[in-house]
Design a protein. Structure first.
Length: 64
């Protein structure tokens, strides 16, 4: 029975993904990806608008 999903490339090295470590081609590439997450290489950019800053500052004043 053929795979329902087409083979995808490993996001680390570009080789075909292996069944045992999908979406990676090997446990090594999976470990490389995990290390990048844990070391902060991957980060979600955050932008805050000024109104949100003002609300947060006003809330801090009420607590003090």
């Amino acid at each position: 029975m053929p795979d329902a999903q087409p083979r995808q490339a490993c996001p680390i090295c570009g080789k075909a993904a292996a069944d045992g470590s999908r979406p990676f081609c090997s446990p090594r590439c999976a470990d490389v990806d995990l290390n990048r997450w844990l070391s902060g290489v991957y980060a979600v950019p955050v932008t805050e608008d000024e109104e949100e800053d003002e609300r947060r500052d006003a809330g801090d004043d009420a607590v003090n």
